[in-house]
Design a binder for this molecule. Structure first.
Ligand code: B12
Ligand code: SF4
Length: 526
């Protein structure tokens, strides 16, 4: 596919020069000059990140709601902190300012941005959407600088908020909206799942591709919403999907992927759906359509081990032929006790079958694990580590992307159990922003030794994964740099291999040093 470098800065004027915008919005109406500024938080990704193959993911949430704002004749101004967009000084035309965040540091970044906005125009309403605010609307709205929270999908909600702010409808008719009324927080109904097949295509035209790192390697794409499963650590049940799943039609998916290929020319399209494989016939049809249209591209997705283990070899081979290069699995653990607790419906034999199938078809399986759950003994962790060794022995290309130490996220059933165990929970929005992902030492179920042991395991496998990733990525490039890197990391690689072989994960000084150094140099990749 030919790369299309055309981009319309971060400000859509309503009169796009990109003809393709016609697919997304009707630009025929008058533009009133009213603006909606949308903020995507995150650390600025440095140039050196690109060397490590880091991809700046598209701000999909904002691109999803943007067409619905533009349809109401409003201009959309996206400020993406990760790509170093400067924070505008003028909000006099803003109907509202919207921010999105996951739980953790992104929250703080949004708060800082809102303070910046309020200092310039105190009256502009602030709308907070995305997973964190959807799950914790009360904590979010308790802050005087937040006016509205959109729980669940934002597409219809933003259009309705605009109409309500213009006095054309009542806020009390916007299902899924939470807001302050006469000093009280009110929650209007429950978020409704949207009909994904009727959704406008995300406004990819608003993306200035040049600002994003490594979009040529990978672009995220969402082809469905919701998930029928109920993993105990997952937020899914709280996002208004009610364990229902909806997929875009194969025709729509292929049309949107063609658009992405045309616009960004990525080496890989990566599905970020909650669970893309719910309807296997749909996947089959998508791949047939891709074949019929002679489109070639690589793709990756996540799948459950129990489901993939039942796929026929023929189907797996078909997916490999149609570009499936990497497939991600949330293996989480190999201890049956832990898998039962997590509602993961797979047995170790299924993981073996997955690895065998991938080996036969040339697809790289990537397994992700979590340790440090409440009630998990050292013996459970050993079962997991031994299981990994055995799987690697079968197929050495199996990648272990991370063995993370469990961090409970609000909105999941296990989070509530952890609170029962005495886990302290933040009270304010600001406190939630320091809900960090690594090196936690304050969970009642992790004593000092176990915290050190589990974080040692995390560091070891993460370092090994990063070394492999960089070596693989650098292979095609400059031979001397590649050899130099191999030479430099050789002692570290040996040390981590020794740790894995001999189960020596305590006293992981090198992990802490590397983490600090990388956080200073790059972004958080370890
Ligand atoms: C891709 C992805 C990533 C990418 C980054 C994505 C990005 N652009 O930043 C990467 C790989 C970097 C990533 C990292 C992490 N992620 Co992540 N990620 C996802 C994933 C798979 C897709 C996100 C997405 O783009 N969805 C598509 C968009 C369209 O959906 P959406 O964001 O929900 O937006 C809709 C609504 O929420 C709403 N909305 C959203 N924002 C706004 C704003 C306004 C103003 C309004 C009105 C509406 C609105 O409207 C949108 C359209 O309907 C989600 C799972 C999922 N399927 O959503 C997990 C998910 C968001 N990630 C999660 C987690 C835990 C993480 C990590 C902590 C993992 C880790 N241990 O390191 C890190 C944290 C990163 C950080 N900086 O904080 C959790 C979040 C839990 C929580 N309570 O915050 C999720 C939900 C996965 C899960 N099953 O638990 N992630
Ligand atoms: S972790 Fe994945 S499979 Fe499990 S409930 Fe969440 S989205 Fe579904």
């Amino acid at each position: 596919m030919k790369k299309n470098n055309k981009s319309i800065c971060d400000f859509f004027s309503g009169h796009s020069s990109a003809t393709t915008m016609k697919n997304i919005i009707d630009t025929g109406n008058d533009i009133t000059g009213e603006t909606v500024t949308l903020f995507f938080p995150g650390k600025k990704q440095k140039d050196i990140n690109a060397l490590f193959g880091h991809v700046t993911h598209l701000p999909l949430a904002l691109l999803a709601i943007a067409p619905y704002i533009m349809k109401e004749n409003c201009r959309v101004r996206i400020v993406d902190n990760r790509v170093g967009d400067t924070w505008p000084d003028d909000y006099s035309n803003d109907l509202f300012v919207g921010v999105t965040s996951k739980t953790g540091a992104e929250v703080k970044n949004c708060i800082d941005f809102i303070r910046h906005v309020k200092a310039r125009n105190h009256h502009v309403p602030i709308v907070w959407g995305g997973v964190h605010a959807s799950i914790l609307p009360d904590v979010t709205l308790r802050e005087d600088y937040v006016d509205y929270v959109v729980r669940g999908p934002g597409e219809e909600a933003v259009a309705k908020i605009i109409r309500a702010l213009r006095g054309k409808m009542s806020l009390d008719d916007i299902e899924g909206l939470s807001y302050k009324k006469e000093g009280r927080i009110v929650h209007v109904g429950f978020p409704r799942p949207v009909d994904v097949d009727k959704l406008e295509m995300p406004a990819f035209d608003l993306v200035d591709a040049g600002k994003y790192k490594n979009l040529s390697k990978s672009v995220d794409y969402e082809s469905s919403r919701g998930c029928p499963h109920r993993c105990a650590f997952c937020y899914n049940i709280s996002m208004g999907n009610y364990r229902k799943w909806q997929g875009k039609s194969p025709e729509k998916v292929v049309q949107e992927i063609e658009y992405i290929l045309d616009r960004f020319n990525p080496a890989s399209v990566d599905f970020v759906d909650d669970y893309v494989f719910v309807d296997v016939k749909r996947i089959e049809r998508i791949l047939q359509l891709i074949s019929a249209r002679k489109i070639r591209f690589n793709w990756s997705a996540s799948c459950r081990i129990d489901q993939f283990s039942k796929f026929s070899d023929k189907f797996v081979k078909f997916m490999a032929e149609k570009g499936l290069r990497k497939i991600f699995f949330g293996a989480e653990s190999h201890s049956e006790k832990i898998l039962r607790m997590l509602h993961k419906e797979y047995k170790y034999e299924m993981a073996l079958a997955v690895v065998e199938k991938c080996k036969k078809s040339g697809i790289i399986p990537v397994f992700n694990y979590i340790i440090g759950f409440p009630g998990e003994d050292y013996s459970d962790i050993s079962v997991t580590l031994n299981g990994i060794k055995h799987l690697k022995a079968i197929f050495n290309s199996l990648e272990i992307s991370a063995i993370s130490v469990y961090i409970p996220f609000p909105g999941s059933s296990l989070f509530n159990d952890c609170q029962q165990l005495g886990m302290k929970c933040p009270d304010t929005l600001e406190e939630w922003s320091s809900w960090q992902f690594v090196n936690r030492k304050d969970f009642p179920w992790l004593d000092k030794k176990k915290a050190a042991y589990t974080s040692g395991i995390y560091f070891t496998f993460r370092i090994e994964y990063i070394i492999d990733e960089i070596i693989n990525r650098a292979k095609g490039g400059n031979k001397i740099i590649w050899l130099l890197f191999r030479f430099l990391v050789f002692p570290l690689d040996m040390l981590e291999r020794w740790r894995i072989k001999n189960d020596r994960y305590l006293y992981h000084a090198e992990g802490k040093i590397i983490q600090k150094a990388l956080q200073l140099l790059v972004a958080d990749i370890i």
